[in-house]
Design a protein around this ligand. Structure first.
Ligand SMILES: NC(=O)c1ccc[n+]([C@@H]2O[C@H](COP(=O)([O-])OP(=O)(O)OC[C@H]3O[C@@H](n4cnc5c(N)ncnc54)[C@H](OP(=O)(O)O)[C@@H]3O)[C@@H](O)[C@H]2O)c1
Length: 309
């Protein structure tokens, strides 16, 4: 089968289309024929060696951690899937990835995909959707009527977070550059904020919850936007406890794990027509390097899909 692997950390030249054996599965795994995957910034960060001190990968490594596909083999301990099931997953990031024809995934990291989603759409949801859900719901404890600020609302995580926050009854304020203001409104934002037009403090009334997908200066500018008792949840930079305390708010950091439970929550929103991924464009597996380059610009609108089979 084909697998796009890195044999050493580095630039896009490190990506290699290899012919390798199909993965063998454990008793609690299913083997999925990959129909589609999607790009996340973690793919090129891992390629560049950014996580090598946290996760001791053995190289060569297949990248990619979103999948939508069809179950082709079921492990002997697996009772909840059968051959032919159409599924999606954000598999364990410490195992081999999804930019390949097949992947072995623990069954409890997999969910049946909604029939309302095609494979490209289903492959766009798991990693970014689980991230948005964890920030807003599991950690942020979002409540009906709250004011929620979502940074990078046009990006992979942000465009799903806007829709989830609206589904939870929040008033949503989202940030993007000038060219993405209309997209924020189409996604459901109540207030679209252009970060190039003045400071955030000038443009945003106090909020209960901030979803920080940017870190750095954006996180620094976000603390004074929170009401007392509010919360900033970051997926990029661990919030400084002393700064949070000085503003009388909480700071939290999220690093997501696979979750069938959250995939099923996302499916439910899709079924209720409250959530749909926005796909900017797609690339065939062999053109993965071009997709990495596009993602690395930091200007992605919604998701970039990788078509595999
Ligand atoms: N900890 C975790 O578990 C976890 C999980 C998922 C993601 N992440 C991280 O979260 C970050 C976001 O991921 P993603 O998939 O959403 O990235 P992405 O899709 O690449 O984000 C691109 C978006 O960022 C926007 N953007 C750039 N600078 C901005 C700014 N100053 N203010 C507001 N928006 C800005 C761009 O909009 P404009 O072009 O309009 O500026 C673009 O739409 C990445 O660093 C990723 O690695 C962490």
């Amino acid at each position: 089968m084909r697998a796009v692997r890195i044999h050493q950390y580095g630039g896009i030249e490190a990506l290699q289309v290899d012919q390798i054996d199909k993965p063998t599965i454990n008793a609690d795994d299913v083997l999925i024929e990959v129909k589609a995957s999607s790009i996340n910034p973690v793919d090129w960060k891992i390629r560049q060696g950014y996580l090598k001190d946290f996760i001791p990968y053995e190289l060569p490594l297949t990248l990619g951690w979103d999948v939508a596909g069809v179950v082709t083999v079921v492990g002997s301990d697996v009772t909840d899937f059968k051959v032919g099931d159409e599924v999606f997953s954000r598999p364990d990031i410490t195992r081999s990835g999804t930019f390949a024809d097949y992947i072995a995934v623990k069954a409890d990291e997999v969910a049946l995909k909604s029939k309302k989603l095609d494979f490209a759409q289903a492959a766009s949801l798991p990693l970014a959707g689980i991230t948005a859900w964890e920030c807003l719901v599991d950690v942020g404890n979002i409540q009906d009527g709250q004011r929620v600020l979502i940074h990078a609302g046009a990006g992979g995580v942000g465009h799903l977070a806007i829709q989830i926050a609206k589904a939870k009854g929040a008033t949503v304020i989202a940030t993007a550059s000038t060219k993405n203001q209309a997209l924020l409104v189409e996604l459901g934002a109540d207030q679209a904020v252009d970060y190039s037009q003045g400071t955030l403090l000038e443009q945003i009334e106090p909020v209960d919850l901030v979803v920080d997908t940017m870190g750095g200066e954006v996180q620094a500018q976000s603390w004074p936007l929170l009401k007392k008792g509010g919360m900033l949840v970051s997926v990029v930079d661990q919030p400084d406890e002393a700064i949070a305390k000085a503003h009388d708010v909480e700071g939290a950091f999220v690093f997501i794990q696979p979750s069938r439970r959250i995939l099923e929550e996302l499916n439910a929103l899709v079924e209720q027509e409250q959530l749909i991924p926005f796909i900017e464009n797609s690339f065939p597996l062999e053109k993965l390097a071009d997709a990495h380059l596009q993602s690395q610009t930091g200007r992605t609108r919604g998701k970039i899909v990788i078509e595999v089979n």
